[in-house]
Ligand binder design. Structure first.
Ligand code: HEC
Length: 238
């Protein structure tokens, strides 16, 4: 019996370990995929600030609207600037050769970026742009050194300078010019954006997880019956 319990734990443990995973020099996104308001705000930030350079070509506007609790009309009025058909995918008009000329590199498609980089990485990335006059756009990033992307949120966050960046520790920044958002407000906006990017990476994640719990519950109940049946079968042998 003991062995069986240990075996069961092996199934459950990786989930909690993965959820807590992360490294010492990343901030915590603490986003919540069940928070629809946060996802909607993230979507708004995404289409306003990112979709000009980055595509999300595996997502259609109407699918996103449905998942986020919006009607097609609401999606059209609030989230669509690059196209007028809700069945379209989230593409961009920019040509690859222009992108290469302007930024020296291609802005990658962001459909699954949350899966390759992780939410904490993304959150830290958006929080880590700082003023660096030696760079083409006047900014650098403490997490992604010499990044080819401008600080699209400078108007909201303001300007910050890097105070200290030690190996294996979180870098510290100092705000030298206020933006239109306060510090906490900006952090929350970035959390919403990361939340949306996580949704984008796996739109059915919440469904999958809910289903997973049900399946495990089913297996546990099945286990009780299977165990009773086994006892019944073997009782004359022992
Ligand atoms: C003006 C164009 C532009 C805009 C607007 C822009 N980006 Fe970028 N972004 C880039 C470029 C170019 C790179 C590639 C940087 C590099 O490789 O040095 C990049 C890189 C990134 C990366 C890192 C990708 C990696 O290598 O893992 C992420 C994440 C990202 N952008 C997210 C965003 C998000 C989210 C927004 C909207 C808030 C946004 N970007 C807005 C141009 C842009």
């Amino acid at each position: 019996m003991k062995k069986i319990i240990i075996a069961c734990l092996f199934f459950v443990l990786p989930v909690s370990v993965m959820a807590a995973g992360g490294s010492a020099n990343l901030m915590h996104a603490n986003n919540d995929l069940h928070d629809k308001a946060s996802l909607q705000n993230g979507a708004k930030l995404f289409v306003n600030y990112c979709l000009s350079c980055h595509s999300a070509k595996y997502m259609r506007f109407n699918r996103m609207g449905r998942d986020l609790g919006m009607t097609d009309e609401q999606v059209k009025d609030n989230l669509m600037f690059t196209t007028d058909k809700v069945v379209n995918t989230m593409d961009i008009a920019m040509k690859p050769e222009d992108a290469a000329r302007w930024f020296g590199t291609l802005p990658p498609d962001l459909s699954v970026i949350a899966r390759s980089r992780g939410t904490n990485w993304l959150y830290t990335y958006f929080m880590s742009f700082y003023e660096d006059k030696s760079r083409p756009f006047g900014v650098n990033n403490a997490l992604f050194k010499d990044v080819g992307m401008p600080h699209v949120f400078m108007g909201l966050q303001g300007k910050q300078v890097l105070v200290e960046a030690k190996e294996g520790e979180l870098p510290t920044f100092k705000l030298i010019e206020a933006g239109t958002m306060g510090e906490e407000e900006f952090a929350n906006a970035m959390r919403d954006l990361v939340n949306f990017l996580e949704y984008l990476g796996e739109p059915i994640k919440t469904t999958r997880q809910a289903m997973g719990y049900k399946v495990i519950l089913f297996l546990l109940i099945l286990f009780v019956f299977a165990y009773m049946l086994k006892k019944e079968y073997w009782k004359d042998v022992h």
